[in-house]
Design a protein around this ligand. Structure first.
Ligand SMILES: [Fe+2]
Ligand SMILES: [Fe+2]
Length: 512
């Protein structure tokens, strides 16, 4: 959800079980309220006659919830370590149950035994759970929860139809499975909101085909050998419901997603695009008040993107993390080299005070990101991007000024060290960019030497002790950075100096 890694301990396991129990009870309550809403007056009688149906439903819901827990335990354990993710999953399911159940009651209906079944069942936003979970959590989780939500609604449909498995109920199950899965794979690369609407339109095709073929089975029904008068209008109406269901999935998704993004402070592809646009409030401020830092961040983003792509990490996360890693410098931009021109305020300060000002930008950045309600992941990277590295320049300055012992920790960043691969990438890209920029000559050999030095220094100082980065990853990062940085600096063509003037005939002429 936000790229953070929390260790699986007895405490997190117990917390996840308690949360699952609470959310399961809420889901049971929501389901019972929906099923019994119009039977409140005859509740005692209903329980007397059909209590076993409801007991069966609660038991099935319990089994489904246990299976869901087991699935996440083996396939996506990090989801269980986050109370926010668990709450998000169950609220998405509850919202879907309510919308789908209420829509399922709309439109014309047919009698099935003691109960009636409405064709509004085809108007359900069948791909809503799939699209929301895909954007808010991930594809693996979306695939599972799409199947889960289909079975869940099937269960409610048959309890609602007095335990009769109706044709519409199992058709709805198949439609949910097919449309949801297609939506997941089609929307996986959808980067704009418009492309999600296109996905909504595309999933309509299998939905109307399934409804059309289902309706055709009525023609070959032995009791109705030829289509009745209402056959074609009925079919068109049901297919219309299907179209509504597909398109509404995308529209409801676009409407609900920003609410979830805001409440759960999630990073989605859409939110990432918005917060990495150059007119995003904090970035615009950085551009105006600390242009040097802004340019450095854009450069680090280019390097981090290349490294993330090479390591198969999320490129969008890397770009966003790079853009925001130094926003803490906004508090005192003039104290950082990239924003200085002729005057350096550090000349008037003791090295201790200078180091204090410099190291604060990591904490300031993290707080600024939090106060702007930006995703926690960005705050974590801002806090971790210098780890516990010493601020070499001021440490060396202090060493020159004293004969006594100096505590290197007084001249070091406060940490923590990077806890994710992306934070480690930003740390290395940041250091390499600054070091290469200060080189007088930037030949590929010089760049290679500097990048190697940056990585080795961080390894010696154990900056990667808290993240799962491997030697192989570090080698890939080094090669990618050398390639990208050499490309950036090497391809800059030196423009010849040309003096322009006019010839005797008045035409423009140039002279080298
Ligand atoms: Fe920094
Ligand atoms: Fe930086």
């Amino acid at each position: 959800m936000n790229g953070r890694q929390v260790k699986w301990t007895k405490n997190t396991a117990a917390k996840s079980i308690v949360l699952f129990v609470v959310h399961f009870l809420v889901m049971v309550l929501v389901s019972l309220v929906l099923l019994l809403w119009d039977k409140v007056d005859v509740l005692a009688e209903e329980m007397n006659d059909n209590g076993a149906d409801y007991l069966y439903m609660v038991f099935c819901l319990l089994m489904l919830t246990i299976v869901m827990y087991i699935y996440f335990f083996f396939e996506s354990r990090h989801t269980l370590t986050s109370g926010k993710s668990i709450a998000l999953i169950f609220t998405v399911l509850n919202v879907y149950i309510v919308v789908a159940f209420l829509l399922g009651k709309q439109g014309s209906s047919v009698s099935v035994g003691e109960s009636t079944v409405s064709y509004g069942i085809f108007a359900r936003p069948v791909a809503l759970v799939a699209l929301l979970i895909l954007s808010l959590i991930g594809r693996k989780e979306a695939i599972f929860l799409n199947i889960f939500s289909g079975i869940l609604m099937f269960l409610l449909d048959i309890v609602s139809a007095r335990m009769v498995i109706t044709q519409t109920a199992y058709t709805s199950l198949i439609i949910t499975f097919v449309a949801g899965m297609l939506a997941i794979f089609l929307a996986n690369r959808a980067k704009t909101r418009f492309s999600v609407v296109v996905v909504g339109v595309l999933i309509v095709i299998p939905i109307i085909l399934i409804i059309f073929l289902l309706k055709l089975t009525d023609i070959v029904d032995v009791e109705i050998p030829t289509p009745s008068e209402t056959f074609w209008p009925d079919m068109l109406m049901q297919m219309g419901y299907g179209v509504f269901g597909g398109v509404t999935s995308a529209i409801l998704f676009l409407f609900i997603l920003p609410i979830y993004e805001w409440i759960f402070n999630c990073l989605t592809a859409y939110r990432l695009r918005e917060i990495t646009a150059h007119d995003a409030p904090l970035l615009r401020k950085l551009q105006q008040e600390a242009p040097g830092t802004f340019n450095h961040s854009v450069m680090v983003a280019q390097l981090a993107e290349a490294c993330a792509a090479a390591l198969n990490e999320n490129v969008d996360y890397a770009r966003a993390a790079a853009y925001y890693h130094d926003v803490g410098k906004l508090h005192q931009p003039e104290y950082f080299t990239e924003n200085q021109h002729d005057y350096n305020p550090h000349d008037e300060l003791t090295p201790e005070l200078s180091a204090d000002i410099i190291r604060l930008h990591a904490q300031d950045g993290s707080e600024l990101i939090r106060s702007h309600r930006l995703p926690q992941f960005l705050g974590d990277v801002a806090l971790q991007h210098h780890g516990t590295l010493p601020i070499r320049y001021f440490y060396a300055k202090a060493l020159k000024m004293t004969d006594g012992e100096l505590n290197i920790e007084d001249f070091s960043y406060c940490g923590p060290k990077p806890t994710t691969k992306i934070a480690a990438i930003i740390m290395i890209a940041d250091g390499s960019e600054a070091a290469v920029r200060s080189l007088p000559k930037r030949t590929p050999e010089d760049v290679e030497r500097v990048v190697r030095g940056v990585i080795e220094e961080r390894m010696e100082l154990e900056q990667f002790a808290d993240c799962n980065i491997t030697m192989q990853d570090l080698t890939i990062i080094r090669k990618t950075l050398v390639e990208t940085l050499s490309g950036v600096y090497h391809n800059r063509i030196k423009y010849p100096n040309i003096k322009y003037g006019r010839g005797a005939d008045g035409s423009a002429r140039g002279e080298v």
